[in-house]
Design a protein around this ligand. Structure first.
Ligand code: SAH
Length: 350
């Protein structure tokens, strides 16, 4: 008996798809037709691909499948931000969250890269439930397709700032970027894609060597190793100095400005001494700092900095030659803001 394990057609970038078609005895240009149907027309079946012969459609149907997500819930924030809960339709009944933010310059989608997270940052809700698995490239891309289709919009920016550590799922994330970026498909420019990491140093070097021009965001949160060890376990593997060295390499290779994320916690990393440490760490680097008053998470004991402290911190950085802005928090009323996304299970959301 032949057990047929169908493959998700959205896991392939255009070159992979060409190879798959050649193996089926087809001409590579068929892959471009397929790509167009999937990413421009957003079909979810081979039957709809009317310029492809019935024979090939049937052949494809035998080996490949479409696994569209089911929208379990869609929450809307007072500020217009929308959070989707997607059922991945897998046997573990995994659920992920994806957040859509509309700005005057376009729509940004915050995508998840894993179901859960292994990194264990103490202030982040994504680590509250055990890690389940990596997302495949097709599942990263599916978040964009599902939202574009549901809202009838075009997404212009992607940020890998949802659940998971993108550089801990490096191959699938890179593959998804190759798909997202392709001008024959979704056509979202690399400069409109941001990857955020807590500091998986070897993968930062690898990403730099790929030179794909996406923005790198570093979740730094403190310039002090002792505090960072306490807040972010990854720091024990790769400390701040190693992280900064990797960032300098990224800048050298890509000529792209790095974005440092700094969530301000009352009494932990928000006084002027802390700001001074940050200045001496990154002064002169091609970088800017995004300040985020920390979002308080139930069960986690971190308190937001006061507005006064946030402004004082920003002003100190600006005065000492570091470009720093306070990030407008979107979606906190529906738990869609930074650090509030978490893996859920079906029982919880029903
Ligand atoms: N794992 C990656 C991607 C997650 S992005 C990373 O760490 O960068 C989510 C961003 O929100 C990260 O910068 C993370 O540090 C930040 N974050 C986590 N918990 C937060 C909280 N409670 N308030 C504000 N930001 C938080």
């Amino acid at each position: 008996m032949r057990i047929i394990l169908k493959k998700n057609i959205k896991n392939y970038n255009l070159d992979d798809l060409k190879n798959e078609l050649v193996v089926l005895g087809e001409k590579p240009f068929r892959a471009e037709q397929l790509f167009k149907w999937i990413y421009c027309e957003k079909v979810n079946s081979f039957e709809e691909m009317t310029n492809i012969s019935l024979e090939l459609r049937e052949k494809l149907n035998e080996d490949y499948e479409f696994i569209p997500f089911k929208i379990i819930k869609k929450l809307k924030s007072a500020d217009g931000t929308k959070k989707y809960l997607f059922d991945l339709q897998d046997k573990e009944q995994n659920i992920i969250e994806t957040v859509l933010m509309k700005y005057h310059h376009g729509c940004t989608l915050c995508v998840s890269s894993q179901v859960g997270c292994k990194m264990g940052c103490k202030f982040c809700a994504s680590t509250c439930i055990p890690f389940s698995r990596d997302l495949l490239a097709g599942e990263i891309v599916e978040q964009i397709l599902a939202v574009e289709k549901d809202e009838n919009i075009r997404i212009s920016n992607i940020v890998f700032m949802g659940i998971g550590e993108p550089l801990d799922n490096y191959d699938n994330v890179i593959k998804s970027i190759e798909i997202i970026n392709n001008h024959k498909g979704l056509n979202i420019g690399a400069r409109h894609i941001s990857i955020s990491t807590c500091g998986v140093v070897p993968k930062i070097y690898e990403l730099a060597d790929k030179q794909i021009q996406c923005t790198l965001s570093i979740s730094l949160h403190t310039a002090n190793n002792e505090t960072r060890n306490e807040l972010m376990p990854i720091n024990k593997a790769y400390n701040i100095q190693e992280l900064i060295k990797a960032c300098e390499y990224y800048i050298e290779k890509t000529n792209r400005r790095i974005s440092f994320e700094y969530a301000l916690v009352n009494g932990k990393n928000d006084n002027l001494e802390n700001a001074k440490e940050l200045v001496s760490l990154i002064k002169g680097m091609l970088a800017h700092v995004n300040l985020i008053p920390i979002n308080e998470i139930n069960d986690l004991n971190y308190i937001k900095s006061t507005n006064e402290n946030v402004i004082r911190f920003r002003d100190y950085l600006n005065k000492h030659g570091i470009v720093a802005t306070i990030r407008r928090e979107l979606g906190s009323d529906i738990n869609a803001a930074c650090g509030q996304l978490r893996r859920q299970n079906l029982k919880e959301v029903n």
